[in-house]
Design a protein around this ligand. Structure first.
Ligand code: NAG
Ligand code: NAG
Ligand code: NAG
Ligand code: NAG
Length: 687
C-alpha cells in the first residue's frame, strides 16, 4: 500500500475528477455547525455528516464552492503557521524589529520531522510549519516598567553577589529574573496557556546609579554552589512551565557541551550561539542577523521540534516500573524515587498537562529479585561488553571498562519479556498503550552504563535503566570549564526523559532531525535550565516545550496517517478509472461531499494547532476520521460491485488485474483504524 513517489505525482497530475478549481464562497453555516458539534460531542464519537442539514450538504457537493476539489495538492501542502511574540527589553537599535522580521520571513518553511519513523523510510511529515513574529519593540510603554524593574533586580544582585574563585562569572539565581517576567506574562495573559509562545529578549544595561562596573554574570538553576564533586552549570536563558522563555543577551558568555570533541560541540566564547552581544561591536544589521539566527534556532527546538517517534492516540496510557533488585536485602530507593518520577507527569489542571481528550495515565510498580530471575542475569551477562581507553597517569595506561549493549539487552527483553513479566507478577493487560520501564539495580561495584554513556535508554516499546553500587563518574561533558559529574545512582531524571521519548515521542532538547544533513543533529545549545534532558541541567520538571510537544506529537502523527490514507484512497479510485467511472451518481455525490468535508476538517485541525488549541485539533481530526472511513467504504463497495458485475456478465470492462484491485480496496477500507492498531499489535508482540 505504500505510495511510490511516481504514483503520488500521477495522482496529483490527475488533478482531476472535478474540472474547475475555483475559490468559491465559504459554505454558510458549516463552521457554526461544527463548532456546535464540538460542544455537544467533544470526542466526535458520532459521525457529524449524518446530522448535517441539507442546506450545508448541498454546497459541499458543488465543486466550485470552497476552494476545494478532488485533488491531493491541498493535502500535501498543508502548512502550520506558528506565532511567537517577541518582547525586546532594554537596548536595541530602533531598526531591529524590521530587520528581524525581514530575516525571519526570508526563511523558507520546512516540514515537521520524525527522528525514528516506524514503518516508513521518510523522516518527513506532510505538514510544514513557518514562524510568524510579533514584535513589541523597545522602548515601548508596555515594557518600560518591566525593563526598569529587571534592571534594578540585576544591579542589586550584581552588587551583592560575591565573586567566586571557581568561576569568572557571578552566579545569579534564575528565579530572581523569572519571577518579574512571570508576573508580566501573567498580566498579559489572564489565561495561563495563551495561544502563542512569548520570548523575552533581554539586553538590559545595569542601573546607571550602580556603583560597580558591570561584571560578567550567568544564571544558576538550582540552589547550592559548585564543589569539587558537583558541577553547577550556569546558563543565560530559561524556559518556563508556562508558554514563555527568556534569553539574557548580556549574560555569559557561558561554555557547555561535550568536553573534547564529538557530536554537539558548541563553539566557545563570542562564537557561542547565545553570545550575540559579546565580542567586537557589530553593525545593526549584523546584530539583527545574529538575533534572527538565535530566534530561529530556539524556534526549531522549542516550538517545532522533531518527533522522536510517531505516537498514535490511545486513551489509556500505562507505565510499568519493573524493578530488578539486587540481592542485598535493603531496597535503596534514593535516586529512584518512583513518586517524584510520577509527579513529573502530573499537573494541576487538565489543560496544562501532557494529555489530550480523555486520556489517562497510570503507573504500576513491580519487583523481581535478580537472583530469582534467570532471564535477567542471562540478559545482563549477554549484553556486557568492554572497551579499552588510554589514560595518562605517570605513563600511558590502558584501562578496560565494561558497559552494557542496550540494543542486545532490548532484544533479549523483547524476546523474553513475557517470562520476565510473569516473574514480576505483571498481569496480562490488553488495552491502551503500555511502556514497561525495566530498572536493573545491580550488585556490581564498578561502573556499568548503557552504551558507555547512558543511565537510561528509550526504545519505542520500553525504557531500560541501569545502576550499580558505583555512585559517580566524570562524564565526557564540561561546563564553566569544568567536567560535569554524573551521579550514577540517581536515575529519576534519566527515566523521566526516557519515558517522555517512549510514551510521547518527545525528543531530547539536544536532538533534531536535519533534512539537509539527512541525520539527527546533536546540539546542546538549548539543553540548559528547565529540561529533563541532557547532562547540564538538574531539573526534573517539564517546561512548556515538553508539554506542548507531547500533545502536538499525537496530533501530527494522526494528521499524517489521515493524509497517507487519503492518498491511498485516491490512488485506489484512480486505478478504477476515476471517481465518475467507479461510482454511481448517488455514491459520487456523497463521495465528493465527504471528501470536501474531510479536507475542511483537516484545515480546521491545522488552524486549531496553530493556536495551540490541541483539544479542538483533536476534535477535528477525530471527526474527520468518520469521513475518511466513509470514503474508504464507498470506494470499497463500489469496487465490489464492479467485481460482481464482472462475474455476472463475463464482460470485463477492466483488465485482468481486477482481483488484486479489489484486494487493495479491501485493505484500504480497513486502513484507517487497522493501521493505528497494527502499530500497537506489533509492539505488544515485542513485550
Ligand atoms: C450520538 O448519536 C446517538 C444516536 O444518533 C445519540 O443518541 C447520542 O446522544 C449521540 N451522542 C452524542 C455525544 O452526541
Ligand atoms: C606505568 O605506570 C604504572 C603505575 O602508574 C606502573 O605500574 C607501570 O609499570 C608503568 N608502566 C610502564 C611501561 O612504565
Ligand atoms: C539518507 O541516509 C540513508 C541511510 O543513511 C540513505 O539510505 C538515504 O538514501 C539518504 N537519503 C538522502 C535523501 O540522501
Ligand atoms: C507522512 O505522510 C506522508 C504522506 O503520506 C508519507 O510519505 C510519510 O512517510 C509519512 N511520514 C511518516 C513519518 O509516517
Amino acid at each position: 500500500m505504500r505510495s511510490s513517489p511516481g504514483a503520488t505525482v500521477s495522482v496529483v497530475a490527475l488533478v482531476l475528477l472535478l474540472s474547475s478549481v475555483t475559490s468559491g464562497a465559504p459554505i454558510i453555516g458549516l463552521d457554526s455547525f461544527l463548532t456546535h458539534q464540538s460542544r455537544v460531542d467533544p470526542h466526535a464519537s458520532n459521525d457529524s455528516f449524518l446530522s448535517l442539514p441539507s442546506s450545508i450538504k448541498k454546497p459541499l457537493s458543488q465543486p466550485s464552492s470552497l476552494s476545494l476539489s478532488l485533488s491531493l495538492s491541498p493535502l500535501l501542502s498543508l502548512s502550520l503557521p506558528i506565532s511567537l511574540h517577541l518582547h525586546l527589553l532594554g537596548d536595541f537599535p530602533s531598526d531591529t524589529p524590521n530587520l528581524l522580521s525581514a530575516f525571519i520571513s526570508a526563511a523558507t518553511p520546512s516540514n515537521f520531522h520524525v527522528i525514528t519513523p516506524f514503518d516508513s523510510l521518510s523522516h518527513s511529515l506532510s505538514l510544514s510549519h513557518s514562524l510568524h513574529l510579533h514584535i513589541t519593540p523597545s522602548p515601548s510603554p508596555s515594557l518600560n516598567s518591566l525593563t526598569s524593574s529587571l534592571s534594578k533586580t540585576l544591579s542589586s544582585h550584581l552588587s551583592s553577589t560575591p565573586s567566586s574563585l571557581r568561576s569568572p562569572l557571578l552566579s545569579i539565581p534564575h528565579s530572581s529574573i523569572d519571577q518579574t517576567i512571570l508576573s508580566h506574562f501573567n498580566s498579559l495573559n489572564p489565561n495561563p496557556n495563551p495561544n502563542q509562545v512569548h520570548l523575552y529578549l533581554l539586553n538590559i544595561p545595569p542601573d546607571s546609579d550602580s556603583p560597580s562596573p558591570s561584571k560578567p554574570y550567568a544564571y544558576t538553576y538550582s540552589p547550592g554552589d559548585s564543589s569539587p564533586a558537583v558541577t553547577k552549570c550556569s546558563g543565560t536563558f530559561f524556559t518556563s512551565s508556562l508558554r514563555y522563555f527568556w534569553i539574557d543577551l548580556r549574560a555569559g558568555p557561558v561554555d557547555y557541551g561535550p568536553a573534547i570533541s564529538g557530536d554537539g560541540v558548541i563553539p566557545r566564547g563570542e562564537f557561542h550561539p547565545l553570545a550575540a552581544l559579546h565580542g567586537r561591536p557589530k553593525s545593526n544589521k549584523a546584530f539583527a542577523a545574529d538575533l534572527a539566527s538565535l530566534v530561529w534556532s530556539a524556534y526549531h527546538v522549542f516550538l517545532a521540534p522533531s518527533l522522536r517517534i510517531p505516537v498514535p492516540f490511545e486513551n489509556s496510557l500505562l507505565i510499568h516500573f519493573i524493578h530488578v533488585l539486587s540481592d542485598a536485602d535493603h531496597r535503596d530507593l534514593i535516586g529512584l524515587d518512583w513518586k517524584s518520577i510520577e509527579n513529573s507527569f502530573r499537573f494541576e489542571s487538565k489543560t496544562d498537562g501532557l494529555f489530550l481528550g480523555d486520556q489517562s495515565l497510570s503507573f504500576r510498580k513491580y519487583e523481581v529479585k535478580y537472583s530469582e530471575c534467570s532471564i535477567c542475569s542471562f540478559a545482563i551477562s549477554r549484553s556486557i561488553n568492554s572497551y579499552t581507553s588510554r589514560f595518562l597517569f605517570d605513563n600511558y595506561t590502558l584501562i578496560v571498562s565494561e558497559y552494557l549493549d542496550s540494543k542486545r539487552l532490548h532484544q533479549i527483553l523483547s524476546d523474553s519479556g513475557d517470562e520476565l513479566r510473569k516473574l514480576a507478577g505483571v498481569p496480562e493487560e490488553d488495552f491502551g498503550r503500555v511502556v514497561p520501564v525495566y530498572v536493573f539495580d545491580l550488585d556490581y561495584t564498578s561502573l556499568l552504563l548503557l552504551d558507555r554513556y547512558h543511565q537510561s535508554v528509550a526504545f519505542k516499546d520500553m525504557v531500560i535503566a541501569v545502576r550499580t553500587k558505583n555512585t559517580q563518574t566524570v562524564s565526557d561533558y564540561s561546563c564553566n570549564g569544568r567536567h560535569v559529574f554524573t551521579q550514577t545512582r540517581e536515575l529519576e531524571r534519566p527515566i523521566v526523559g526516557s519515558i517522555l521519548q517512549s510514551m510521547w515521542g518527545v525528543s531530547p532538547t539536544h536532538m533534531n532531525w536535519s533534512p539537509q544533513h539527512n541525520e539527527t543533529l546533536v546540539d546542546y545549545t538549548w539543553s540548559m535550565g528547565q529540561t529533563p534532558f541532557g547532562p547540564f541541567s538538574e531539573m526534573l520538571s517539564l517546561s512548556f516545550v515538553q508539554k506542548d510537544a507531547a500533545r502536538r506529537n499525537v496530533l501530527l502523527t494522526s494528521l499524517n496517517y489521515s493524509i497517507t490514507s487519503a492518498i491511498d484512497v485516491l490512488q485506489s479510485v484512480e486505478t478504477h478509472g476515476g471517481a465518475k467511472n467507479l461510482l454511481k451518481q448517488k455514491q459520487y455525490v456523497e463521495f465528493v461531499q465527504r471528501w470536501n468535508l474531510f479536507k475542511y476538517k483537516l484545515n480546521k485541525a491545522v488552524s486549531a494547532l496553530s493556536h495551540l488549541d490541541f483539544e479542538m485539533a483533536l476534535f477535528y481530526l477525530r471527526s474527520s476520521d468518520h469521513d475518511l472511513y466513509a470514503i474508504h467504504s464507498i470506494v470499497y463497495h463500489a469496487s465490489q460491485e464492479i467485481e460482481a458485475s464482472l462475474v455476472c456478465f463475463k464482460d470485463p470492462p477492466f483488465p485482468w488485474g481486477s482481483v488484486s484491485i479489489s484486494a487493495s480496496a479491501f485493505l484500504a477500507l480497513s486502513y484507517v483504524y487497522a493501521r493505528r492498531h497494527k502499530l500497537f499489535r506489533n509492539k505488544r508482540k515485542q513485550f
